[in-house]
Design a protein around this ligand. Sequence first.
Ligand code: ATP
Length: 585
Amino acid sequence: MRTFFKFLNTYRLAAGTAICFMLVELLAELMQPYFISKIIDQGIAKHDMSVVLMWGGILTFGALAAFAAGITSSFVAGHASQSLGYDIREALYAKVQGMAYKAFNRFPTSSLITRLTNDANQLQDVVFMGLRFFLRMPLLVVGSMIMALVVHAQLGFLLAVTVPILVGFVMYVMKKASVLFRKVQTRLDTLNGVMQENFTGMRLIRIFVRRDVEGERFAKQGSELMRSSVSAMTLTEFTQPFIVFLMNAGIIAVLWFGHKEIQVGTATLGEVVAIVNYSLRTTIAMSMLGSIVSTVSRARASAQRVEEVLTTAEHEEIAEAGGVKSAEMERPLEGGLSFEDVTFRYPQTEAPSLENVSFRVAPGQTVAIMGATGSGKSTLMQLIVRFYEPDSGIIRIGGEVAGNVSLDRLRGSIGYVPQESLLFTGSIRDNIGWGKDGATEEEIVAAAKLAQIHETVAQFPDGYNTQLGQRGVNLSGGQKQRLSIARALVRRPSFLLFDDSMSAVDTRTEAALLQALGGLSGTTKLIITQKISTAAAADLILLMDEGRLLAQGSHEQLLASDRLYRRIYESQSGEEVAAHASDVH
Ligand SMILES: Nc1ncnc2c1ncn2[C@@H]1O[C@H](COP(=O)(O)OP(=O)(O)OP(=O)(O)O)[C@@H](O)[C@H]1O
């Protein structure tokens, strides 16, 4: 809650204004039953029209004042709450963007989305409700009690007894509901997670004919969300009828005793009407407490969830303040790369994913990284881009210790092509140009040519303006891979990292691509691959197994010295002969 109040602090002036106008509205409202009692007792009972007109005029003025103050208060409260919602979403977004990769992995994407949308909305709602009703309702209740006691002490006492019992009850419900609403929010996260997986995996679900199974999974999560929502709502909704019931019993008691008091002359009709009126207003205020309880309970759960993200301590180093970068920071890293006895294990993992790995790559060289799945190839790349820091050992990039280079400079010198190509909604030009701020048309076309995708793009009716659907659905796997290669190449980086990102590219295109990359003499290239043909063309091959570097050397050296490499070579050379034969036909 502390973080939430920090956000609220920015709007203390608006909040104060909304509360002041709300108090004017409240005061005008509280005086109304009193004025009505005057009209009845001093005007109607005594047949004095001038008194009726005078108090009637005051009553009308009071009602208009309440109306105007209410609208102003609502307007200011609305503005403050929407702005606060905006601030919370912005802060969450910035936090998530800057979060260290290992911390980011702790929050499922769907949960982060729920926190940025649903939870931020809950906090926005609670501020509006808070400024408009939280203070007004208790004040209306207390004010009505005081006014009832002022109007008639004995009858007012009835109201004064009922209210504290109800307040105690409401507090109890609020505590219970908070726990239940936290459960609702977690269930919503899970449901969003299932939805996200379902929509992104739509093709797979259809091909595997898993629609029924996935439908059931969705229905199961949906019904769990419904069940926990129902139990939370039941608790809060039960409070309202209970409050109304008790208050109505109080009103009956006021009417009963009021009737007796009027008979013996210790109370007037106007006084009884005023007390009933105050009781009715208290009933309305108390029954609104039900929805206040539910809003506060949800907001408490949401505030905790927002706080969890905002107080995450692990973040990447902050980008240079105000975007002002010195020439030194801007200067790209150039040269080779080395690992010196590097060991790394993922957080909460026992076995190291990289163990005592050492190798050296000269500037401009091409390195092929091979190994079985899970042998640590991608991990090695994640350490180069500093998603994680090594537990021991040193990584040098461009002659500098990677950990000492600013992230902006380090990553600005790298072109990275991920295992799964991820494209954005927009044109092909936008997607390639995304790799470099202000990339020119020539740079985009040159990158596309290098990535062997230019001819394909040129054949599209809209060329580089072709719009890509969500995640590039209207492209083939190989086309997507080549586009994401072009996106990395447009940066003209000093280092290129390919994380098994040519798997969907056919052999002939891959050969052309590798030849084109060979021409980038100033760029150091690291290519994770399963193909001997790619490895054979590299200056250095790293053969990985269970996080260790089994062997390293050129194709010829490894053929001569390493049994595993020879086995892979032999198993693939048959395939290559077959592939070559099919190319010829
Ligand atoms: N985020 C993570 N948290 C914990 N362990 C991980 C994480 N990512 C990978 N690992 C583990 O680290 C080891 C190396 O994984 P890595 O992804 O580097 O393998 P890889 O050689 O690239 O495999 P593949 O060829 O299948 O992509 C594996 O045992 C894997 O289970």
